[in-house]
Design a protein around this ligand. Structure first.
Ligand code: SAM
Ligand code: SF4
Length: 331
């Protein structure tokens, strides 16, 4: 079995795999999905066993961190089994297995996630106000998410809140959200809305540059730069003398691609090397047609075409940078 490291054509080593385990979701956040979405037929999806085999090839070749995402990962019926299988690698091949979830089903799953080896979860929470939350998600119930977050914290999972900054919707809630995170011991990451997939609205109308928000937050909180990096898009700050870390993901106003160490597997087995490009390699076909050797060869082919950088821009009336929604490649 091969164990040679995954190094792309720009000399970057791939250490981080994100897996979208389903493109389906129980919410319809306005910046993420259209109200009427066509999801993949179940027959197109990777089986749990195939996801595990692919993930294990990445682990054997040096991936140290896997994040399960979607769509909403906790709506996939066999998610518990996958988490247990991959969780078995934590401490040996993997440093960390994590999940990004909308939190609606977190209360039911928190204990099982913790027992399987997950130690941290990212939970999307764009508003703690019931009406605003319902508007942004089109029909979500914020109480379920807050219960899920409390359940996760109660079993010892570290929680990071993901909040997409949305002009005229939750801008005023950002400083209070940071206060709440400090009080609850959570981290907070603010995200600029990205032009991925068609939605029913023009994202430019809701776009908030995080540079502006950061100035406001700096005036209210003592923020000191935290050098911690994940090879990803976020830049981090420590908040006051709390244990809370503030992260900013600002792909539109700051490019972060030089240190990129990640690739993304879709629920139908396509490997995307960049969120902002369409190049992909079909790992499902390679595995089904040629087994693990063909899978390794396909992964090599993918590395060779990983782009140097994304080139997102956002402007009124412009088409999305790519037609895929974030839920396909896993945010
Ligand atoms: N359903 C889960 C959730 O909401 O956390 C996981 C998948 S979701 C696609 C992952 C993250 O991507 C969420 O934090 C969400 O807010 C973010 N996201 C989705 N679409 C986005 C977009 N167009 N621009 C920026 N962030 C987006
Ligand atoms: Fe679903 Fe997450 Fe997209 Fe919201 S951001 S619609 S919860 S996948």
């Amino acid at each position: 079995m091969r164990s040679d490291p995954l190094i792309d054509a720009h000399g970057r080593q791939i250490r981080y795999l994100r897996i979208s385990v389903t493109d389906r979701c129980d919410l319809r956040c306005r910046y993420c999905m259209a109200e009427q979405m066509t999801f993949l037929p179940r027959s197109a999806l990777l089986a749990l066993e195939e996801i595990a085999i692919i993930a294990e090839r990445f682990i054997a070749r040096g991936v140290r961190k896997i994040r399960l995402s979607g769509g909403e990962p906790l709506v996939r019926r066999d998610i518990g089994e996958l988490v247990r299988r991959l969780g078995g690698h934590v401490g040996t091949g993997l440093d960390e297995l994590t999940m990004t979830t909308n939190g609606t089903r977190l209360a039911q799953h928190a204990v099982a996630l913790r027992e399987a080896g997950i130690r941290r979860v990212n939970v999307s929470l764009d508003s703690r106000n019931a009406e605003t939350f319902r508007y942004i998600t089109r029909h979500g119930n914020v109480a379920e998410v807050l219960d899920g977050i409390a359940a996760a914290a109660a079993v010892g999972l570290r929680v990071k809140i993901n909040m997409v900054a949305l002009a005229g919707l939750n801008e005023e809630e950002i400083a209070p959200m940071l206060d709440w995170c400090v009080a609850e011991g959570h981290d907070l990451t603010l995200i600029e809305t990205m032009p991925l997939g068609a939605v029913d609205e023009d994202r430019a109308d809701r776009f908030v540059p995080l540079t502006r928000l950061f100035e406001d937050l700096s005036a209210r909180f003592a923020l000191s730069r935290d050098p911690h990096g994940t090879g990803g898009p976020a830049r981090y700050w420590q908040v006051d003398d709390s244990g809370t870390r503030l992260g900013l993901i600002s792909p539109l106003t700051a490019n972060f691609c030089d240190g990129c160490n990640r690739v993304r597997l879709t629920t139908e087995g396509k490997l995307y090397m960049c969120l902002g490009h369409d190049d992909q390699v079909d790992l499902k076909a390679a595995l089904r047609d040629g087994g693990v050797d063909a899978l390794d060869a396909a992964i090599d082919g993918a590395l060779a075409i990983k782009p140097a950088r994304h080139d997102f821009s956002i402007s009124r009336g412009a088409a999305p940078a790519v037609a895929r929604h974030m839920s396909v490649t896993g945010g």
